[in-house]
Design a protein around this ligand. Structure first.
Ligand SMILES: NC(=O)c1ccc[n+]([C@@H]2O[C@H](COP(=O)([O-])OP(=O)(O)OC[C@H]3O[C@@H](n4cnc5c(N)ncnc54)[C@H](OP(=O)(O)O)[C@@H]3O)[C@@H](O)[C@H]2O)c1
Length: 312
């Protein structure tokens, strides 16, 4: 019997993913039944999952061997008590490239002071006192050195930025001064730009706190394409108001969509982007999903297995 794959995400995602998934299955020469039919959960072998889709209770999927999350972040499913089979998350070249481009673009925006130039398109040829330092003299700290953080570090190192990084366990990345565990203050000390690429877990909730913000250089820039819960919002707003933080570009929020009355929208030193830093790309992501199904069928180790105790 060919394996049965249930696509458990909303209809819009099915429209985006059906053709690339079928193409990836054909490419891998895997014969499988792929559909969104929830009527026979006991007959499902693999579940392709996204939050806010039709599946919340995994109990009826008695035969299922793997849940493949379509997104990189798993905070909405990792604690589901009905999920007892392996959970894998998305690491996708398209997603990674998109994140590198978003982060590099926003770092350069602030590094080069682009906002000043955009605000001065009024026919007056000014003499600007502001000469940006070279990247080699700009300190950038990346919190989270996983699939995305490591790739962002590589891009920034390639542009000569002084890059520091922080992770849970020790990490060695070319050109990056790495810190881990309790050394967060050292990783942040004097940083002029900080990028949050951590997963949202109990250990990272509110990690960008008043104490953490105090470590940064005065007027530092915060970029958050990770998760909204990484930031203590009151602490950040206070730091923006005192000038300890000069600007925050925020892509993710504790509540999404960000409510219209939230102070971030109106704050002159905040840029809000609507969780668009990087999207999973169906064509490349489908190959990752299918490779994991191939591995499961062959009894091989799964890619990007979530460590349930660590929460990511
Ligand atoms: N805005 C968007 O469009 C978008 C798109 C994709 C992803 N994201 C977000 O980006 C996050 C990162 O993705 P990823 O694929 O790079 O994840 P990943 O490969 O799992 O990497 C996570 C990194 O965070 C570190 N970390 C986790 N808990 C920590 C802790 N308590 N203290 C210090 N470091 C800790 C890990 O340390 P170790 O190396 O020691 O494990 C690892 O370096 C996702 O979880 C998601 O929230 C956002």
């Amino acid at each position: 019997m060919p394996p049965r794959i249930l696509f458990a995400a909303n209809d819009q995602r099915w429209a985006q993913y059906e053709a690339p998934l079928r193409a990836a299955l054909a490419e891998a020469e895997i014969e499988a039944r792929l559909d969104c039919d929830l009527s026979d959960p006991g007959g499902v072998d693999y579940i392709i999952f996204a939050p806010n889709g039709p599946v919340e209770d995994f109990t009826p999927f008695t035969r299922a061997r793997m849940v493949q999350n379509l997104w990189a972040g798993v905070e909405e499913v990792v604690g589901n008590p009905t999920l007892t089979i392996p959970l894998t998350r998305m690491v996708d070249t398209g997603l990674t490239e998109g994140m590198v481009e978003w982060c590099t673009g926003h770092v350069l925006r602030h590094h080069l002071g682009m906002d000043q130039m955009l605000a001065a398109q009024d026919g007056i040829w000014r003499h600007f006192e502001f000469i940006p330092p070279l990247a080699r003299d700009r300190r950038v700290t990346v919190l989270g050195l996983g699939a995305l953080g490591a790739a962002v570090c590589a891009s920034l190192v390639g542009l000569n930025f002084q890059v520091r990084g922080w992770s849970r366990r020790p990490k060695s990345l070319p050109g990056v001064e790495s810190f881990h565990g309790d050394d967060l203050p050292k990783a942040l000390e004097g940083a002029e730009i900080v990028i949050l690429l951590l997963p949202y877990t109990p250990a990272t909730d509110g990690i960008l706190s008043t104490d953490a913000l105090t470590q940064l250089a005065k007027g530092a820039v915060v970029l958050n394409p990770g998760r909204g819960g990484l930031i203590d919002d009151d602490a950040l707003l206070a730091a923006l108001d005192t000038g300890q933080v000069g600007h925050a570009t925020l892509d993710v929020f504790r509540t999404e969509p960000l409510p219209p009355e939230h102070p971030y929208w109106a704050h002159p030193q905040v840029t809000v982007t609507p969780h668009i830093a990087s999207e999973t790309r169906p064509s490349t992501a489908s190959r990752v999903v299918v490779e994991n199904i191939r591995r499961a069928e062959a009894g091989e180790a799964l890619l990007h297995l979530v460590d349930r105790s660590a929460g990511y």
